[in-house]
Design a protein around this ligand. Structure first.
Ligand code: WTA
Length: 651
């Protein structure tokens, strides 16, 4: 049966954003790049036009050229195999290993002694690792994992903060062909447990604790709780980091440092098929169960290398700082793999951007001479609040490019970032992409003319459009569904163990195209303006969180009969959760107690990512006749908007 996506209904999807978009598009503000940036760019305007053309007329040729920049143990027979669509295969029969491209090949060149990672701890200590250091460290971990019985295809869960160990361990897994599943260190024990069990991980790698906002987060204790119910895990490797006492009495726990003792520093990187899995990364969907997005060795490396080099114009002398966390796709692609493949220097910061004062980020840029800063609108808005005198105190003149990701950037934040951080010299690369796309999809390159609030146009070799529910392009200036019409090399290959769900969620609602789940508008110049999700997924401070996950966390509480969650606008975080609850009969606690208890419960179930604006208690929730909660009715009431079509409403 063909499932037709819901018609984009103005009343349903972010009406407040549609208005802003319209106003912005009408402002027609243009930002032109500085001439020297254009002249020296990795991709000049002429080449860019040619690349766009080639991406359209010879998609495979375009990506094949990009693949040639990397090392392969065996060349592919075919660039793209469409025969089992939507399970596309890229670089068929090619043999490679992403870690070989990120490390091994560099240690044979002048890059051997170049700084690969600059690490800054929250306490302000710096550590520098060269490509050779990182190569040897990851070889040692690859050997240690092998001696623990980890083999090609086995899953290793990595539950680490933003410290060099995380890059070392990801690369070590890649080297031996194990599939890593990084779980963001802010996730709760329950979220960790569910992800570990879904992937049937054999090993978990973690730390005793780490520093965040002046506190020590006892990460090992969270693992202890998860481990009560992780039957597939044979070993938990614990790195010493915060130097806090931890209980190692369980026979499955080993110290990272003990494992490394006497371990060989050489390891022969395993030759992987281009389509062999590299990692699983879980992301929220519209059901209670997160999706294990699966990426592979071959196409992924091609996509992230080409996009990073062109969009952030990576040069040998750059110091690149992506301030995301490696626990998200942004960190996978553009803190760890992308920058290392490109042979640049990547910055990692353990701590909080406001710790100990709101100038921490500017301090780090000045301290290391960062040339490219890639961050999120929510971070910019948070720092903006403290005023421009903070960035003004520092010499930020080394910066030459800025980037933004995670949600639509509002023009105030864009302008503030451009003026106060970039000092009017640095174009802002607003990059639209997803866990599933693996790489930037809609993004400018530095030579393009920018409009604040627009992510520009599809990257060369990416075919995107805005369409209605039947898949027909919508007229200029009208909102619709953002779709990708042709495969691209860094695309997700599957949802781990759920191929039917992969087809259903992304490829069936509109046959033949990839449905992103985002709404967008194209203007008369072909610029794309993103407007947020079209599904029941919230974007809280750039983090995707399914309303269904929050609701199922709530109904697992003994007091809760039913729950509904909607996103409401928030000045700093973009969107936060508002929750409606029907209590079970006989629950008669005070409202304050109820609210505090349920907030604590969500935190316990999901971790601190879910920011709750309020919880209100109801006797009824608006539902369709088939019993589905109509969140848009709640949202319309909450935001004082028109409710729209109520013909399916039951009560
Ligand atoms: C949103 C993060 C507007 C979008 C890389 C997408 C954006 C979701 C942008 C993916 C942007 C990301 N402008 N919206 N520049 N970048 N998004 O999987 O809704 O964590 O679908 O990947 O974030 O979030 P994810």
């Amino acid at each position: 049966m063909e499932v037709v996506a819901k018609e984009p209904n103005k009343e349903e999807v972010h009406p407040e954003r549609e208005e802003t978009t319209e106003a912005l598009m009408n402002e027609k503000r243009l930002f032109r790049p500085l001439p020297e940036l254009v002249v020296n760019a990795n991709i000049n305007p002429n080449d860019y036009e040619n690349a766009v053309r080639k991406g359209k007329t010879d998609l495979e040729g375009f990506w094949e050229e990009a693949a040639m920049e990397l090392d392969w143990f065996r060349k592919w027979d075919k660039v793209l195999d469409r025969s089992d669509a939507p399970f596309y295969k890229w670089f068929v029969n090619g043999k490679t290993n992403i870690a070989y491209n990120a490390l091994d090949r560099h240690v044979k060149t002048h890059r051997k002694n170049k700084v690969a990672i600059i690490f800054e701890s929250e306490a302000g200590q710096r550590t520098r690792m060269t490509y050779y250091d990182l190569y040897r460290a990851s070889n040692m971990v690859a050997n240690a994992l092998t001696s623990l019985g980890v083999r090609k295809g086995d899953r290793v869960a990595i539950y680490l903060p933003n410290i060099p160990h995380i890059a070392i361990c990801m690369l070590a897994c890649a080297k031996l062909g194990a599939v890593h599943s990084v779980v963001y260190a802010g996730f709760s024990a329950i979220a960790l447990r569910d992800r570990v069990n879904d992937a049937q991980a054999k090993v978990i790698i973690t730390v005793d604790g780490f520093h965040r906002n002046g506190k020590v987060i006892k990460l090992k204790e969270v693992v202890d709780e998860a481990m009560l119910d992780c039957p597939t895990v044979e070993t938990v490797i614990v790195a010493k980091w915060a130097d806090i006492p931890v209980d190692m009495s369980d026979g499955r726990y080993v110290w990272y440092e003990d494992l490394m003792e006497g371990e060989s520093k050489s390891f022969e990187t395993v030759s992987m098929d281009a389509e062999d899995p590299l990692f699983i990364l879980y992301t929220s969907g519209t059901t209670g169960k997160p999706k294990g997005i699966l990426h592979t060795h071959g196409g992924y490396q091609v996509g992230i290398n080409r996009t990073l080099k062109w969009v952030f114009d990576i040069k040998e002398t750059d110091i690149f700082w992506c301030s995301a966390d490696p626990g998200w796709i942004t960190g996978h692609s553009y803190i760890v793999y992308g920058p290392l493949i490109a042979g640049t220097t990547t910055v990692m910061y353990e701590g909080h951007p406001l710790y100990p004062t709101p100038d921490r980020m500017w301090q780090i840029i000045a301290k290391y001479g960062v040339t490219i800063l890639y961050t999120a609108p929510t971070t910019i808005r948070m720092l903006m609040r403290f005023g421009a005198h903070y960035p003004k105190k520092y010499d930020l003149s080394t910066l030459r490019l800025l980037g933004s990701v995670g949600e639509p950037i509002n023009p105030e934040a864009w302008i503030w970032y451009y003026e106060n951080v970039g000092n009017h010299n640095c174009p802002i690369m607003d990059t639209w992409w997803q866990t599933e796309t693996g790489m930037f999809m809609i993004t400018p390159v530095p030579s393009n003319v920018l409009k604040p609030g627009s992510a520009y146009k599809p990257f060369p070799g990416v075919q995107a459009d805005v369409v209605d529910a039947k898949g027909n392009p919508v007229p200029t200036g009208k909102g619709g569904f953002l779709v990708i019409k042709e495969p691209w090399p860094a695309m997700a290959r599957n949802i781990y163990k759920e191929p039917e769900r992969y087809k259903e969620v992304y490829w069936s609602k509109m046959p033949g195209v990839y449905l992103t789940g985002d709404m967008a508008t194209k203007d008369e110049d072909g610029y794309f303006w993103l407007q947020g999700r079209s599904d029941d997924v919230l974007n809280i401070a750039g983090h995707r969180i399914g309303t269904a996950e929050i609701e199922s966390a709530l109904v697992s509480h003994k007091w809760v009969a039913e729950a509904a969650c909607i996103g409401v606008p928030d000045k700093i975080r973009g969107e936060i959760a508002k929750i409606f609850v029907i209590l079970k009969e006989g629950v008669e606690e005070d409202e304050d107690i109820l609210v505090n208890e349920l907030k604590a419960h969500i935190r316990k179930k999901m971790g601190p990512l879910v920011i709750v604006k309020s919880i209100s208690f109801q006797d009824k929730l608006p539902k369709t006749r088939s019993g589905k909660i109509m969140r848009r009715v709640l949202k319309a009431e909450e935001l004082g908007l028109k409710v729209g079509d109520l013909s399916t409403l039951d009560n």
